[in-house]
Design a protein around this ligand. Sequence first.
Ligand SMILES: Nc1ncnc2c1ncn2[C@@H]1O[C@H](COP(=O)(O)OP(=O)(O)OP(=O)(O)O)[C@@H](O)[C@H]1O
Ligand SMILES: [Mg+2]
Length: 179
Amino acid sequence: MLELKDVTISYKNVPTVQHFNMSMKQGQIISLVGESGSGKTTVIRAILGLLPGGGKVTAGQITLEGEDLLAYNSEKWRKLRGTDISMIFQDSGAMMNPTKKIGSVFTEYILTHEKISKKEAWNKGIMMLERMRLPAADNIMNSYPFQLSGGMRQRVGIAMGMTYQLNCYWQMNRLRHWM
Ligand SMILES: Nc1ncnc2c1ncn2[C@@H]1O[C@H](COP(=O)(O)OP(=O)(O)OP(=O)(O)O)[C@@H](O)[C@H]1O
Ligand SMILES: [Mg+2]
């Protein structure tokens, strides 16, 4: 499904990750382990086309179901991130707007993907939170990120990330085993 072949990633032409290989089948869970600063986030960002300025894949191949991701333009990356690949950030709180309630961010996100009413988007958000076994989903929708624990924020991030994934329900059942 996902293949990285001999990938080198550089920041400002200084190679940070070199000759990285990984092959992932559908349904597989892979853990990437390494000391702080070894390049784990760099690899994941490269897969998502989200390397920060100065960061670039300088050699190798990244393919998803045979598609060459490195040939993608920013519009194709954006579509891919909304549907087939998601990232749940290490600090899910930092990516959330501290001045906006979860419900407002979540419904806004849903409304960028679907032409439905605000009320329907809100209910969909609640359903996704409940699938993540977050208690009192309505309450969470009405909370600011800082009012939730780190683990809850991360589960909100997972709920958002999973909303438009293919095989969403199947993956949810797998995730449940860990929670
Ligand atoms: N924006 C950046 N500009 C320049 N160099 C960077 C940038 N981000 C990361 N690096 C370099 O890439 C290396 C790998 O960083 P990365 O964040 O991928 O590590 P990590 O394995 O995810 O670490 P951690 O376990 O701390 O999250 C770092 O040592 C740093 O030197
Ligand atoms: Mg990291």
